[in-house]
Design a protein around this ligand. Structure first.
Ligand code: ME8
Length: 550
């Protein structure tokens, strides 16, 4: 069906590639979910789309983690990378590309990229002396470092931003002329005020660029770091893991050959912890290589757990596989996307998740579907017809047949503009606002049904029956819109909902979102059609486990 794609409308979305030092947690899943949601949304809008994720497998941190696990790095990396892949498959993350930095195609891309930078004079031999955090694989200036104490009471230095330990390092390295790009980077950000979103992160980057931008060390001595890509032509040096990692976005686009098409449509989803790497280092590398800059960098904040930073040492890491078993895949998807706010950190706890899902998916949405398809109200199991006399276009003063109230018209208005509202929020990476808007509309539709209490109508009375059908028709139309719009967020639940309504797979596209055609005097393709089979409750209520382990 290539012809239905918009010509030249391409969309390429990426997640960070995740370090394989530990198993995935809900924070990693959250990044992948945002990207998945944007990807599915763009597909619905007819874009030809690519969605890449994967694992970052080189560097000192991974080398040390493999050592600690008593495994050879390639074996260790393959195991943990497999866990990410399994999690994403299980959670319906519909990536088109999965990249591992240990792949040959990636090594080739990095070598090529390096050689371009070298030939253009942006890489030179020098020496680095300063702070390094292995946990963050990051070089830090004196002002980014502060005093602290380790668990044994020894004085140490840590990164002010991440809290991770730093060490003094002095090595001969290859250096990248980052300092040469300060004003170009500023210009790029000023000319493209929406390139880093949300706004506050855009401002942060501009703030950073007020300070001097020192040149960046882009290699490590082989004697210190063996697990990585050797610098082309100098086997005494290994490519700095962040240069290696960032190039993954190009590798997936096909670099060094035939990448232009996809690369020109690149959108990066990243956590706030790696903003500097994506909004300063990466664009500087790209400028140096003479390549276009990404279309957008979407930044999100972090998940904490019951008020604390999630960490292996605190033992409070939330396992997304276990949670998706307990709360269903769509449950965890809905919760994270509905509650995750890009601007500030969000707190995870199971109770909050259960309350939200019980109230919105099981209660509000599931309840609405249940009511409107119940055999008692809809014995024929059809999409009932809409009656214009019962529900006229204009609120008819004094008409006895019209039962519609002001609130009903308000509800219709809210649902009609919902696709446009969703579009605006998605374009601004505010999936949670789109979901808030949908949840608000679902509530209004429930209010509508409650207000008119169709179960009190007399089905033997023709006038009552027409009004009953109209109430159901409107409610099913609302549900059809909600189901269609929820597809990128909760694909399985949306599938179930739309199938129950009898909406076919080819009728779930953005173009089908025309709400309540009959009200506008047009034909409704669904009116009079049989509903789909009843396959049980839309979303089961979640109960607290019998024995509380806490
Ligand atoms: O930084 N809440 O990998 P990483 C939300 N390999 N998101 C979180 C999170 C949390 N608590 N913790 C992690 C790296 N993330 C590099 C990236 S890209 C070229 C190289 C998410 O395994 C978030 O997206 O430490 C964050 O940026 C990313 O995982 C870091 O993953």
């Amino acid at each position: 069906l290539m012809c239905t794609f918009r010509e030249n409308a391409l969309y390429y979305v990426t997640t960070p590639i995740f370090y394989v030092n530990a198993a995935p947690h809900i924070g990693h899943l959250y990044s992948a979910l945002i990207a998945d949601c944007l990807y599915r949304y763009k597909l619905m809008r007819g874009f030809r789309s690519k969605f890449s994720t994967g694992t970052d497998e080189h560097g000192l941190k991974i080398q040390q983690a493999a050592d600690a696990a008593g495994k050879e790095p390639p074996v260790f990396c393959a195991e943990v990378s497999g866990k990410f892949q399994q999690l994403f498959q299980r959670c319906n993350i519909s990536y088109t590309d999965y990249i591992r930095t240990t792949e040959g195609r990636h090594r080739h891309a990095v070598e090529y990229f390096w050689t371009v930078l070298l030939n253009k004079g942006f890489i030179y031999k020098g020496s680095y002396e300063g702070w390094y955090s292995t946990q963050d694989e990051s070089f830090l200036t004196a002002s980014q470092v502060e005093d602290s104490m380790d668990c044994e009471g020894t004085a140490i230095k840590i990164s002010a931003e991440s809290g991770h330990k730093v060490e003094w390092m002095k090595e001969d390295n290859y250096m990248f002329r980052l300092s040469a790009f300060r004003s170009l980077l500023r210009q790029w950000l000023e000319e493209n005020p929406k390139v880093v979103q949300p706004q506050r992160f855009h401002r942060t980057v501009l703030q950073w660029l007020q300070d001097d931008l020192p040149d960046l060390s882009v290699s490590r001595q082989w004697s210190r770091l063996q697990w990585g890509i050797p610098v082309p032509g100098d086997s005494e040096q290994t490519v700095y893991v962040w240069l290696d990692a960032l190039v993954n976005y190009l590798t997936v686009a096909g670099y060094p050959q035939g990448h232009s098409e996809w690369w020109s449509a690149a959108h990066h989803v990243v956590g706030k912890d790696i903003l500097k790497f994506h909004a300063i280092y990466w664009p500087a590398f790209l400028l140096a290589a003479g390549l276009p800059l990404p279309q957008a960098i979407y930044v999100h904040s972090h998940w904490t757990v019951e008020g604390q930073k999630m960490s292996k040492s605190l033992g409070n890491v939330v396992d997304p596989v276990e949670r998706s078993d307990r709360f269903t895949v769509d449950g965890i998807r809905y919760f994270l996307l509905r509650q995750g706010v890009p601007d500030s950190d969000c707190d995870y706890y199971d109770d909050k998740l259960m309350k939200l899902l019980n109230s919105e998916l099981a209660g509000s949405l599931g309840g609405l579907l249940n009511r409107c398809t119940a055999p008692s109200l809809n014995p024929a199991q059809v999409y009932p017809s809409f009656c214009n006399t019962c529900f006229p276009r204009e609120p008819a003063e004094g008409s006895t047949e019209s039962k519609a109230t002001q609130e009903d018209y308000k509800m219709l208005e809210a649902v009609s503009i919902l696709p446009a509202v969703m579009e605006r929020h998605f374009e601004n990476l505010q999936v949670y606002k789109a979901l808030e808007a949908i949840a608000g509309c679902v509530r209004q539709t429930n209010g509508f049904v409650q207000r008119h209490a169709p179960w009190k109508l007399d089905q033997r009375d023709p006038q009552d029956q027409r009004w009953l059908d109209t109430i159901l028709h409107i409610s099913l139309e609302c549900l059809r819109i909600y189901g269609t719009l929820l597809q990128p967020v909760v694909p399985e639940t949306a599938e179930k909902l739309l199938s129950r309504l009898g909406v076919g797979p080819e009728e779930r596209s953005w173009e089908m979102l025309k709400f309540l055609a009959r009200y506008h005097g047009r034909e409704c393709p669904f009116e009079g059609r049989r509903l789909g089979p009843d396959s049980g409750v839309l979303f089961s209520r979640l109960d607290r486990p019998e024995t509380d382990q806490g």
